[in-house]
Write a protein that binds this ligand. Structure first.
Ligand SMILES: Nc1ncnc2c1ncn2[C@@H]1O[C@H](COP(=O)(O)OP(=O)(O)O)[C@@H](O)[C@H]1O
Ligand SMILES: [Mg+2]
Length: 246
């Protein structure tokens, strides 16, 4: 479970807040979608949770471990798929997976079995002995997904994970997100596409200009309002109706 209370962030070179006092509770055992247009603050939020950035104010905790004091323990409980799949180009896929497994302290048997399982599911088993520099964007992304699951994290965070995946890989990833959620994992992913959120998540939050415009279930969102009843138009209305500075 991940909680954020009153979390704010301003990048030093900017005047406006990238995040303006946001509150979020992301429960275990479900898929939570984080939806918002480009520049809304999704990646910033994710980087704060993963400890890559520090907040200006507010509280973040992961499985009850408050950042930054217990950041190392919190990080050990997070599997993270970044939005940009730029990796160590000179490493072979298998070397990268072993490096990540070493970082998280995954033992040999578990590691061998999980690498086998996930590499097969994402059809990258054949390229693990090649250098990452030779991979396509989609292959890099699939490798990152596999790597993020090696420690079987209780919190699985994915930043725009479906961008750049072919339909089969996207289908496999969505199925895996559902499986992990059923197994009790807190699955948190960002997207700028309403349709993706609509299909994939149990609960969602909508963010715009650093402010949370909505949190709840899809049904609750549908009940809210909307000119033509479509979720797409509802999303656009929420995003246009303000929050943050113009
Ligand atoms: N490294 C950075 N330095 C300065 N401003 C940034 C940086 N990263 C993001 N921002 C700004 O913070 C805001 C939120 O960005 P981001 O969290 O990347 O949004 P999203 O992931 O929703 O597209 C945007 O206005 C963006 O321009
Ligand atoms: Mg982003």
């Amino acid at each position: 479970m991940i909680t954020l209370q009153g979390v704010s962030k301003t990048y030093s070179k900017n005047k406006t807040k990238a995040l303006d006092s946001i509150n979020l509770t992301i429960p275990d055992g479900s898929i939570f979608g984080f939806l918002g247009p480009n520049g809304a603050g999704k990646t910033t939020t994710i980087k704060l949770i993963t400890g890559a950035l520090e907040t200006d104010g507010g509280t973040i905790s992961v499985d009850g471990l408050e950042l930054p004091a217990r950041a190392l323990e919190a990080k050990a409980r997070i599997g993270y798929v970044p939005d940009n799949p730029e990796l160590f180009a000179r490493l072979k896929g298998i070397e990268f997976l072993n490096f990540i497994a070493d970082l998280y302290g995954v033992d040999r048997d578990a590691r061998r079995q999980r690498i086998e399982t996930y590499a097969r599911r994402f059809e990258i088993a054949d390229v693990l002995s090649s250098r990452i520099g030779s991979y396509s964007r989609g292959m890099k992304q699939k490798l990152l997904v596999c790597a993020s699951l090696l420690p079987e994290p209780s919190n699985w965070i994915l930043d725009e994970p479906l961008v750049g995946l072919d339909p089969q890989a996207a289908f496999n990833l969505k199925a895996l997100m559902r499986e992990r959620a059923r197994a009790g994992t807190c699955v948190f992913f960002s997207t700028h596409v309403m349709e993706v959120a609509e299909k994939v998540c149990d609960r969602l939050a909508i963010i715009n200009k650093g402010k949370i415009m909505f949190t709840g279930t899809l049904d609750e969102l549908k009940e809210l309002r909307g000119k033509d009843g479509s979720l797409e138009s509802l999303f656009l209305e929420l995003v246009e109706s303000g929050g943050g500075e113009a």
